[in-house]
Design a protein around this ligand. Structure first.
Ligand code: BG6
Length: 488
């Protein structure tokens, strides 16, 4: 199958950090279909050779084992081309059309790795230049808008030139092997399904912690914040994967229909819950990994009086028969104590105690997402150290856990998120992409919170870099009688 992949933003940050390395990996693994072209598009005046040299330099920083040899890179580079375009000029789209007509590939992928403010204009121009053929697939990177109205405007512009099944909205979390495993855990095994409900589960916690700060993206991040950057998309997609009903099959729409129902069932915000169930924070100077790091307001591009949140902790509820009353806690932030994304499913305690159990001990399933992925099943067993137990006393139990480490089991060299998603686009598989109605529903849920925070002059609560966020986050969960995984 032949393909052309047109990379708008071909010299930009995303292409540099994620897309080119992912395409190279796919090439190295032999999974990139042969007979393809990757056409980088940008404003610079570069020849194909200069573009190849530029991309070559990308790999200089890569660790030795992953760095391509000269010969290997040359074979990959033969797929790379560059086209200079001003995305506002119709003539430039005509030149792109000409370039694509040279070979009439079976699939033409238009990947918009550009500023989202350009999405609508680019789609209109693609339509006007006749570049919206049945062979076209359009990939949109997040953020898709900054609220419900802007998200809808983009979706409408895109749908006016292409059908929904030609649109691939990326949420790279869905491409992570650990997140696909979550679907496999729930819908490939019969073991947990009978337990996966309010009668047995006390609460579920989703943590996506990053130890990095905003790096060089201060200006972008400051107009975005953690709620838009991580919760509206990645965290809510994880929540959907955890809470959805089993789909009738593994087809894209069957999965997306079930995710949509979860988003529609999210309990709406009330005045009370806005105040109590949503905590925002902003990091101040601190130490991460023993290194002193500056506070958010001292990062380049960030205004000194910024009220943008770099941390969010929320308590969500899903109003349906399976989940009514079960809190789902979501927490994410920059400059936290560790890079650690995981989910904890806390089961209820045994209904009647005939043993002496450690305080608050109950079963839990920990789903580790990154940096290592795996499953830990926490159980209680007979305590081995019974020296102090008096004869006839109640037997004591102690916590133990089963540990399945996927990184150890399958190796660290697995197909990365972007590699997987790029191959899916080329092959036309939509399962791991987000449909417009899901995205709109997620915006609908976060929007009252966005508005509330805009009006609330209190601003985010400070937390020192290298900690787990403001103490109000622990207080929020403690009000329900629970604690975050690292606290209990
Ligand atoms: C991106 C956010 O979507 O996800 C970034 O814009 C964040 O701010 C990144 O750092 C986290 O992705 P990962 O794969 O490193 O967990």
């Amino acid at each position: 199958m032949s393909f052309d992949l047109v990379l708008f933003g071909g010299t930009g940050d995303l292409a540099w950090r994620k897309l080119m390395p992912a395409l190279f990996q796919a090439f190295r693994h032999g999974s990139l279909p042969t007979g393809g072209r990757i056409i980088g598009v940008g404003r610079d005046d570069l020849s194909d050779t200069q573009y190849r040299q530029l991309i070559r330099s990308r790999f200089d920083a890569v660790e030795l084992a992953k760095r391509p040899s000269a010969d290997e890179f040359d074979r990959f580079a033969a797929l790379l081309f560059f086209l200079r375009m001003d995305l506002t000029r119709p003539q430039d789209y005509a030149r792109l059309a000409e370039r694509l007509r040279e070979r009439q590939a079976d699939t033409v992928v238009m990947y918009l790795a550009t500023a989202p403010s350009l999405f609508t204009g680019v789609c209109e121009q693609l339509g006007a230049a006749g570049l919206n053929t049945p062979a076209t697939r359009l990939v949109l990177e997040k953020p898709l808008g900054h609220d419900l109205a802007s998200n809808r405007a983009i979706n409408e512009a895109v749908r006016s030139v292409l059908n929904e099944n030609q649109i691939f909205r990326i949420d790279h979390y869905l491409g992570k092997p650990s997140v696909q495993n979550l679907f496999a855990l729930r819908f490939g095994n019969a073991l947990f399904e009978p337990l996966w409900r309010r009668e047995t589960i006390a609460n579920i916690q989703i943590t996506i912690a990053e130890d990095l700060g905003v790096e060089k993206r201060g200006a972008f991040y400051d107009s975005t914040g953690a709620l838009r950057d991580m919760v509206q998309n990645h965290a809510l997609q994880l929540l959907c994967a955890l809470a959805m009903e089993p789909p009738i099959n593994a087809h894209a729409d069957a999965i997306r229909d079930e995710k949509l129902k979860v988003l529609r069932s999210l309990k709406r915000w009330s005045v009370e819950s806005l105040g109590q169930h949503a905590i925002r924070g902003q990091y101040t100077a601190g130490r991460v990994d023993g290194q002193a790091v500056p506070g958010y307001r001292d990062e380049p591009g960030v205004p000194p009086d910024s009220h943008t949140e770099t941390f969010v902790a929320l308590r969500a509820e899903i109003a349906n028969w399976r989940w009514a009353g079960v809190p789902f806690y979501i927490r994410t932030g920059k400059r936290l104590a560790a890079r650690d994304a995981h989910i904890v499913v806390n089961f209820r305690q045994a209904p009647h105690a005939i043993f002496d159990v450690p305080m608050d001990a109950a079963n839990k399933l920990v789903i580790n997402l990154q940096p290592r992925d795996g499953l830990e099943l926490h159980l209680l067993s007979q305590a081995q150290d019974q020296r102090h137990a008096a004869r006839g006393a109640t037997p004591m139990l102690a916590p133990v856990h089963l540990n399945l480490d996927f990184t150890q089991r399958f190796g660290a060299e697995r197909v990365g998120a972007y590699e997987r998603l790029l191959l899916d686009v080329i092959d036309g598989r939509l399962n791991l992409f987000v449909r417009s109605d899901e995205q709109e529903e997620a915006w609908r849920w976060v929007e009252p919170l966005l508005r509330h925070w805009q009006q609330d002059r209190g601003g985010p609560r400070p937390y020192a870099a290298g900690t787990w966020g403001p103490s109000a986050s622990s207080a929020m969960i403690a009000r329900d009688g629970f604690c975050w995984s690292e606290e209990c």
